[in-house]
Design a protein. Structure first.
Length: 256
């Protein structure tokens, strides 16, 4: 793998957000078809990749926004067929207030002014083309990082493989998933229980390889910290009382 890929994701030249009179006609574009295509494991995995970012991640930097979504279409151009990744992450992006309008309710590149940085596909069968057509399509779109999670290893060797876009020709080269330069996050395989289901999952992690906790995990961590602080305070109060000091005295005088 080249050093350029390791240091930072490639910069993809994209036009800025168009002015209203430059918007393409999208009246014929199908942004959603309401076809149920997912399964229970994939749906839960998608949520495990999106919810923690909104619950526990500070984002890519102070004042910088992000969009993490599952099963939302990516439209690079009217001439290029859209792709619908299981999950994507786009930095410095924000969902519009009028998100029900047709030109705002999916990810049109000309609206956001950039492609997402990361797309993730969760393999559940052998007909999804994750290692062929989808890989080529995401490369043409200029997606900096493409991750394939294949828990049953149906289409690849290894459960998790991550690819970075070459800065020249738009092709992918495999990289270490533990940290993605330019994103501020990495991906790791984790065996554990999520919402009552013990299984193998992929999760986001920070630069120190600490998992980004779910909202429930974060609440439990805060509860444990509060309990530990309460127990510490109780021990300290008992020690003070053993020394004849009233821990509740405002001036700290010895109890007489």
């Amino acid at each position: 793998m080249s050093e350029a890929i390791l240091e930072a994701p490639p910069t993809i030249e994209m036009p800025g957000i168009l002015s209203p009179d430059e918007y393409p006609d999208i009246s014929h574009i199908v942004t959603e078809d309401d076809t149920p295509v997912d399964n229970f494991p994939s749906e839960k995995q998608q949520r495990l990749l999106t919810e923690p970012l909104y619950s526990s991640w500070a984002g890519p930097g102070q004042g910088r926004s992000f969009v993490a979504a599952a099963n939302v279409g990516l439209f690079a151009s009217l001439a290029q067929s859209p792709l619908v990744p299981d999950v994507f992450l786009s930095l410095d992006a924000q969902i519009a207030e009028d998100w029900w309008s047709k030109r705002k309710r999916t990810y049109f590149f000309w609206e956001f002014g950039k492609p997402p940085e990361v797309v993730i596909e969760v393999v559940s069968n052998q007909v999804g083309n994750e290692t062929s057509k989808k890989m080529d399509g995401y490369a043409r779109m200029g997606i900096a990082y493409y991750a394939i999670f294949d828990p049953m290893q149906q289409v690849q060797e290894g459960v998790l493989r991550v690819y970075a876009l070459n800065p020249g020709p738009r092709t992918y080269a495999e990289v270490d998933p533990s940290f993605l330069p330019g994103v501020g996050l990495g991906l790791s395989v984790w065996r554990g229980s999520y919402e009552g289901r013990e299984d193998l999952w992929i999760r986001w992690q920070d630069s120190r390889r600490r998992l980004i906790p779910t909202g429930a995990e974060r609440a439990e961590e805060e509860r444990l910290r509060a309990d530990q602080e309460h127990r510490r305070s109780e021990r300290l109060a008992a020690q003070l009382r053993a020394l004849g000091i009233d821990p509740n005295a405002g001036n700290g005088d010895s109890a007489l």
